[in-house]
Ligand binder design. Structure first.
Ligand code: HEC
Ligand code: HEC
Ligand code: HEC
Ligand code: HEC
Ligand code: HEC
Length: 319
């Protein structure tokens, strides 16, 4: 019987099997990289906004703080985009005839909001909250990049799960004093740019409570400074060499909402918020940091940051 397939077709069959395998792998790799590609994550794209608003001009040029416009960022899940009124505060006087600003004037005249195109947009099944990040020492620039240098806003990071987890597994490298949250150029402490943090272990008001009653240090509670505190006040004790023990920290007295003044003394306060008369006020002591590793470790305990395991468990972001 004549062979239906000659020898060469055997080789062909084998080759096509291999080829199919290669194609499947290629498609897999392709889909995978497509899923990570900027086209899907929208990383780096600058959509056509109704107004060509420049963060570079308004932040770097005019020195406006982020919360001048994004007023909710320290208090709410959403940072929010400012209403037209915020622009009109200035643009009723400045650049009043500019064509660029016509949509702003129209919006003000009609009362209809400017339809900004959302740039960062997580899927609905992901829970995210600005409030907790900002109040636990993650700066805007750690997630949004150098916004002060962006003539047009774009998404700097992928916002994919991997990206979130990368920080949740080791937040210490990104933690900064809450006073530096808006500092776009913050680079962490170094030996020529040290950071001093007040030892707030015994001070009142080092913590307040968040909406669910969880302990959250307020943006003002951790007193760190980039200016040598002993220079203004020689009485301040320095804790340069002191070994601190995270376990012994944090038995602060919550409830009292007083802010910490780095130069104030900090008497112990009892549960009613009234300092007992017999306690002699303690001088505030400072610890000096010259590396991000040490500062990160210290802030991890000060902010009561959860362990890497707890922070990467699914319920944190998928509720
Ligand atoms: C003068 C007001 C103003 C100031 C100050 C300002 N912003 Fe904005 N911001 C806006 C407006 C308006 C938009 C929406 C238009 C756009 O995306 O460019 C916006 C958008 C954003 C977005 C993207 C929102 C989205 O759609 O995903 C981020 C992130 C952001 N701002 C961060 C910052 C940071 C960080 C600072 C401080 C360094 C800052 N902004 C200061 C007005 C301001
Ligand atoms: C604190 C005052 C102030 C506020 C608030 C403000 N602007 Fe401006 N804006 C200015 C000034 C000043 C300039 C001129 C900047 C320059 O030429 O360097 C300007 C310039 C502009 C320009 C011209 C292009 C550019 O960036 O130079 C646009 C568009 C603009 N602003 C939009 C807005 C919008 C939209 C808002 C509200 C979200 C807003 N501005 C809020 C002061 C302000
Ligand atoms: C831990 C990372 C992280 C930090 C820190 C952070 N953001 Fe965001 N930001 C995001 C993510 C993620 C989104 C998208 C949220 C969504 O889609 O629900 C976002 C969205 C925004 C938006 C769009 C409006 C909104 O709320 O969705 C603005 C404006 C904004 N951020 C400003 C800021 C400012 C100002 C700061 C600093 C005070 C800041 N962000 C700090 C991750 C961060
Ligand atoms: C640069 C670091 C960093 C990045 C990036 C980051 N986070 Fe976080 N996140 C933190 C820190 C620090 C905390 C506070 C942990 C604590 O208090 O134990 C936190 C806490 C949270 C919480 C807990 C809120 C609560 O009330 O319990 C959620 C939810 C969360 N992050 C979601 C996200 C999501 C979603 C992303 C990515 C879109 C993200 N985070 C990216 C550092 C980060
Ligand atoms: C720190 C926040 C965070 C944690 C913790 C987290 N996720 Fe996610 N997850 C995200 C974000 C953000 C996305 C959206 C990714 C995107 O838009 O591409 C996501 C997307 C997903 C998706 C959709 C498919 C995909 O990959 O895009 C699945 C499934 C998922 N997560 C499962 C899990 C499981 C299971 C866990 C626990 C092991 C977990 N996640 C823990 C933030 C988180």
């Amino acid at each position: 019987m004549a062979q239906v397939f000659d020898r060469s077709s055997n080789a062909l069959a084998r080759a096509s099997l291999v080829l199919t395998g290669v194609i499947i792998i290629a498609v897999g790799v392709g889909l995978n990289s497509l899923q990570r590609s900027p086209w899907v994550t929208r990383q780096g794209q600058r959509p056509d906004q109704p107004v060509a608003f420049s963060h570079k001009h308004h932040v770097e040029g005019l020195g406006l703080q982020c919360q001048y416009c994004h007023t909710q960022v320290e208090k709410a899940a959403y940072a929010g985009v400012p209403p037209t009124k915020t622009c009109i505060n200035c643009h009723a006087q400045i650049w009043t005839n500019a064509q660029l600003l016509q949509p702003v004037r129209d919006s003000w005249a009609t009362g209809e909001s400017i339809r900004w195109i959302r740039i960062h947009d997580l899927p609905d099944y992901v829970y995210f909250n600005h409030y907790i990040h900002v109040n636990k020492g993650i700066g805007c620039a750690s997630c949004h990049g150098r916004v002060d240098e962006m003539p047009l806003m774009y998404q700097q990071n992928s916002l994919q799960m991997e990206w979130c987890l990368n920080c949740h597994r080791n937040p210490a490298v990104n933690l900064r004093p809450t006073s530096e949250i808006y500092n776009m150029a913050w680079a962490g402490p170094s030996s020529d740019k040290p950071v001093w943090c007040a030892d707030t272990t015994r001070a009142a008001g080092a913590n307040s409570y968040g909406p669910q009653g969880q302990r959250v240090p307020t943006a003002q509670a951790i007193s760190c400074t980039t200016k040598d505190p002993s220079r203004d006040n020689p009485q301040i004790a320095m804790l340069q060499e002191l070994d601190f023990h995270p376990r012994s920290m944090g038995h602060t007295n919550p409830g009292s909402g007083t802010n910490l003044d780095p130069h104030a003394t900090s008497p112990d306060v009892n549960a009613t918020g009234v300092p007992p008369a017999e306690i002699i006020p303690l001088p505030v002591t400072y610890k000096k940091f010259t590396s991000q590793v040490d500062l990160g470790r210290y802030l991890t305990s000060q902010y009561h940051i959860r362990s890497a395991n707890q922070l990467s468990s699914c319920e944190v972001c998928h509720r």
